[in-house]
Write a protein that binds this ligand. Structure first.
Ligand SMILES: Nc1nc2c(ncn2[C@@H]2O[C@H](COP(=O)(O)OP(=O)(O)OP(=O)(O)O)[C@@H](O)[C@H]2O)c(=O)[nH]1
Ligand SMILES: [Mg+2]
Length: 497
């Protein structure tokens, strides 16, 4: 059970309009009461239940009469009302100095982010004032929160499941409108609901199987195999659809890995810079300029990409180039899409079949690929018109990276290919962790199905497989996630979230 009270600055560091200090736990209200005071009033207008504090002479320089303020002793009545905003001042408990004028929002358990009592102090956002207020809070015996600890408490207190906790990070890190849509859908619990429903159906099935094992005489025909197979197949469908949705759409969250590769000096780095709209890669007229992988994130037509410029591939004895070329080869295997580039003049001379041979030597057949013929500005238009738009299922496009010819067409082609299998109607896109668990659940269920079809291994084995599937689905929502999984997920958060 969680007992201590935690606090952290919840807004980014640096100067800004408003900075928020968040406190969560059973002592949150008591702590803010000790630091908070209503509008300072002068001693000549006392209120009976109030206590006196002095104010920093610097702050009170233009105030008269002398620096003696009176603040109410008890603010508990304001803060004990949930979702109420209270205006006032935070004081240094030792000196009595006003630290800042603030708004305090109280959100009482369980109607808060963590499902505990939560206090938010909205102050002026400057590093010194925020730190001073936080130190006051911590001086009251409150612990500084660890990264993601507020969200972890929301999970441990049962307000959200693990998929919703992960969605919080995805919302913060969303790199496009589509990534945000997926993250918000997940935070609203759409993925959780489908996994929870599937898991509950399996638990019901498991209960029946265990009854058959424990009380064989009494249960009779409690478990018709056809009905059990139907349930299992339905849940396998849910798992397999989730896996497919990950394969087709995970790039909307993680960014689609796209790699520009090809022989040296064809203009790979020039295209990289053109797409990024900045001079990121070094461009020279000398072959072999790019030697290492250069990776950058970019957004094309609302789709997030992670694009790489690679070393030109050719036979060489240069040891540094050799390493770069090996990295490029490896990177092609790891990428989701390849832009294989050639100089259109060499294509005109050597024929497109030769280029296709070079391409097939380094790019696996099933990889999404575009053949990009660069330096179109140097070739006659007639030749460009005659170029095929497609060769053996690979789209071909002629562009000029430096003269910005047809680069927009290339952008459109890239996004069209990237989204060709995309179905965002459900907006549920599992992440890699979910996909791995769905795969394991699906394998366990397939074993259970085979068992039921032939009743070859008996009810005990059937129960083991179904229990495994229940546990794998529980890993997704957090019902059966170990400490290591929780640590891994919450370490991705920032302090204050
Ligand atoms: N005329 C013309 N020249 C280009 C075009 N794109 C690139 N170049 C030139 O081709 C040369 C090589 O360009 P890079 O972008 O460095 O080529 P690269 O493929 O990255 O070369 P490596 O890093 O050596 O593999 C430079 O002189 C560029 O200015 C283009 O569209 N038209
Ligand atoms: Mg280069």
């Amino acid at each position: 059970m969680i007992t201590d009270t935690i606090a952290a600055i919840a807004t980014p560091p640096g100067a800004g309009g408003i900075g928020i200090i968040r406190i969560s736990g059973s002592r949150a209200i008591e702590v803010v009461c000790a630091l908070f005071g209503k509008k300072p009033r002068f001693a000549d207008r006392p209120v009976s239940t109030e206590r006196q504090v002095s104010i920093d002479p610097e702050l009170s320089a233009d105030m008269s009469p002398p620096p003696q303020f009176i603040i109410p002793n008890s603010c508990a009545s304001s803060f004990n009302e949930s979702h109420r905003v209270t205006h006032g001042y935070i004081f240094d408990t030792v000196t009595g100095n006003v630290l800042d004028e603030v708004l305090v929002i109280s959100m009482l358990a369980p109607r808060s982010y963590t499902a505990e009592d939560v206090i938010e102090i909205h102050a002026h956002s400057g590093p010194i004032v925020m730190q001073a207020i936080l130190e006051q809070v911590l001086s009251m015996g409150v612990r500084l929160a660890e990264p993601g600890e507020f969200t972890k408490r929301a999970f441990l207190n049962g307000r959200i499941d693990l998929t919703q906790a992960e969605a919080v990070v995805d919302i913060i890190n969303a790199r496009s409108a589509n990534s945000l849509k997926i993250a918000v859908s997940q935070s609203l619990g759409h993925f959780k609901n489908s996994v929870t429903h599937a898991r509950e159906e399996l638990i019901e099935l498991l209960t029946k199987i265990e009854a058959v094992i424990d009380f064989p005489e009494e249960t009779g025909d409690i478990l018709p195999a056809d009905r059990a197979i139907e349930v299992i197949l339905n849940i396998m469908d849910i798992c397999n659809n989730g896996i497919k949705q990950y394969e087709d759409a995970h790039f909307l969250r993680d960014g689609l890995k796209i790699s520009i590769c090809g022989p040296p000096n064809v203009g790979k780095s020039s295209l990289m810079n053109r797409l990024l709209e900045k001079e990121r890669s070094i461009v020279t007229a000398f072959p072999g300029t790019t030697r290492d992988l250069i990776e950058e994130s970019l957004n094309i037509n609302g789709i997030p990409f992670v694009i790489s410029d690679t070393a030109g591939m050719h036979k060489t004895d240069d040891p540094v180039e050799k390493i770069g070329i090996e990295r490029a080869r490896q990177h092609i295997l790891e990428s989701d899409m390849i832009l294989f580039m050639e100089d259109v003049e060499s294509v005109k001379k050597g024929g497109i079949a030769l280029v296709m041979k070079e391409l097939e030597a380094v790019v696996p057949v099933n990889k999404k690929t575009i053949l990009v013929l660069n330096k179109a500005d140097k070739i006659d238009r007639q030749y460009l018109f005659e170029l095929p738009a497609q060769i053996s299922s690979i789209p071909v496009i002629a562009i000029s990276a430096t003269e910005d010819i047809a680069v927009d067409d290339l952008r459109r082609k890239i996004t069209q290919i990237a989204t060709s299998n995309l179905n965002l109607s459900s907006a549920v896109v599992p992440n890699l962790r979910h996909k791995t668990a769905l795969k394991k659940a699906s394998v366990a269920l397939e074993q259970a199905r085979q068992n039921l079809s032939g009743y070859c291994f008996g009810e005990e084995t059937l129960a083991i497989d179904i229990r495994s599937a229940v546990d794998f689905l529980g890993e997704i929502t957090g019902n059966s996630a170990g400490i290591d999984i929780l640590d891994q997920i919450f370490s991705r958060f920032c302090i204050g979230k």
